[in-house]
Design a protein around this ligand. Structure first.
Ligand code: UDX
Length: 440
């Protein structure tokens, strides 16, 4: 364990999950947050966000073990912790670049506190920032407002996160690798101490390398998905089942079948934002990454593939169309960049009556999309519907069989995530079309 409390600035998905996991490992942690409702909730052991296992974990580390505490008192936070992980958001600007406002404002506050302190503090950037940011803008602000020098007076490093929503706790506790970026020995040693209980490979790299690894990881995975989606679109013209294609190519260990599910494209808070940011950076350096341009173009079009298939099969105007799934992937309530919303919006534009069923949105409303009806049950959603499009592969959708659709008016089911059992629909009165398989 690290001798002082470890500080986390920002209690979003990354900050809160990481803080709670460190606390589970026995580390004392302190979280700095500006939202008082969140602070109250965290200090009561209640998770302010939905993430698998987080509620139980938070209760354990806050209420039972008293290892985690949240505050809005920056001075207290600064005095108690020798190391701070910055876990603040870096949203996209309209040109695709990242918006550093939250981070740079916070860094300035830390620098001012540093200027008045004799203690050696280490600042670690966990937020996703493009290469050159930490050792550029962030370092400059820290040195300017503290009047101190990195390496001799304070430490600075990066530690990118690779947490997937829905399995973030497991990802943290059982990582494939840990990336620790630093340009001086003090920070390298501090980071080593903090992560000394992990058995996975730990790579010590430079700060720029650490930042780049994060972007390249996400961009590569996003590109892998866009690649297989394009292949799936082509495969629809042949007597092909995409599962066999992925098995066939994925068993070559150089390729692997992981993250190779074709469907309706990637969404969420990371992939679209990170690919855009790396593409923007490449343009700035006149080294445009054309492959990422294609990755995004393919992904922007992919959700509408389901609508093309729908329109090829029925006249959907004025009809009730049911969408299964709202979140960008199962086991999360996150709808940021969700393919489902793109599909809903387009169907509404085309004059359809859109009803959505998502297990995590039962009883909830979506004020930004009040033209969509959120159903309270699967049956309510499909009753009198002319077509169903399965957009998010929630576990409860996987075992649906033809009899589950008996309330539909016109029995057309489009499986955009390739999870339904094709065989069980043969010889039934439900027409099942699976994206990526032939015979449309
Ligand atoms: C991602 C990264 O995986 C994680 O390492 C990073 O730090 C944060 O961003 P997350 O956004 O939670 O995690 O979701 P992930 O499970 O990676 O899925 C991203 C998107 O790709 C989802 O929309 C998912 O449906 C889609 N996807 C994933 C596919 O379409 N096919 C696949 O084979 C895998």
């Amino acid at each position: 364990m690290y001798e002082s409390q470890i500080g986390f600035i920002g209690t979003g998905y990354v900050g809160l999950v990481t803080a709670a996991c460190f606390a589970k490992l026995g580390q004392d942690v302190l979280c700095l947050e500006i939202d008082n409702d969140k602070i109250q909730s965290i200090n009561n052991g209640i998770s302010p966000i939905y993430e698998t296992g987080l509620q139980d974990l938070l209760f354990e580390v806050v209420k039972k073990k008293r290892k985690l505490y949240a505050t809005n008192d920056r001075k207290l936070f600064f005095d108690k912790c020798d190391i701070f992980f910055i876990c603040l958001p870096t949203p996209s600007n309209s040109d695709g670049s990242i918006n550093l406002k939250f981070i740079l404002d916070e860094i300035k506050e830390i620098a001012i506190l540093l200027s008045k302190s004799d203690s050696y503090k280490t600042i670690i950037i966990k937020s996703t920032v493009v290469p050159g940011t930490t050792n550029g803008k962030i370092k400059n602000i820290l040195e300017k407002y503290s009047n101190k020098c990195v390496g001799t007076d304070f430490g600075l490093g990066v530690n990118p996160e690779f947490l997937m929503e829905g399995s973030a706790i497991d990802n943290f506790l059982n990582p494939d690798r840990i990336i620790l970026g630093s340009n001086e020995i003090n920070t390298k040693n501090t980071l080593s101490k903090i992560y000394n209980n992990f058995n996975c490979p730990i790579f010590h790299v430079t700060i720029d390398e650490g930042e780049m690894i994060k972007y390249v990881s996400n961009s590569f995975l996003a590109t892998k998905i866009s690649f297989i989606n394009e292949i799936a679109n082509l495969s629809e013209f042949f007597n092909i089942n995409m599962d066999n294609i992925v098995k066939g190519i994925g068993s070559d260990h150089r390729i692997s079948n992981k993250f190779f599910r074709s469907g309706l494209g990637f969404g969420g808070s990371c992939f679209p934002k990170d690919v855009k940011a790396l593409l923007h950076l490449s343009k700035k350096y006149e080294n445009e990454l054309n492959i990422l341009k294609s990755t995004l173009e393919i992904n922007n079009k992919q959700p509408y593939r389901a609508i093309q298939i729908l329109n090829n099969n029925i006249d959907a105007f004025n009809k009730k169309i049911t969408i299964l799934g709202l979140s960008f992937k199962p086991n999360t309530d996150d709808i940021r960049e969700s393919p489902s919303l793109k599909i809903c919006d387009e169907l509404v534009k085309q004059g359809c009556e859109v009803h959505v069923y998502d297990p995590i949105y039962v009883g909830k409303s979506l004020p930004t999309h009040d033209y969509i009806t959120i159903s309270n049950s699967f049956n309510e959603a499909i009753k009198d519907s002319s077509a169903v499009i399965l957009v998010t592969e929630w576990a409860e959708f996987k075992n649906l069989n033809p009899s589950d659709f008996h309330l539909m008016k016109h029995k057309l089911v489009i499986d955009g995530r390739r999870v339904l059992n094709e065989k069980s629909f043969i010889n039934s009165n439900v027409k099942l079309i699976i994206l990526g398989n032939g015979n449309k």
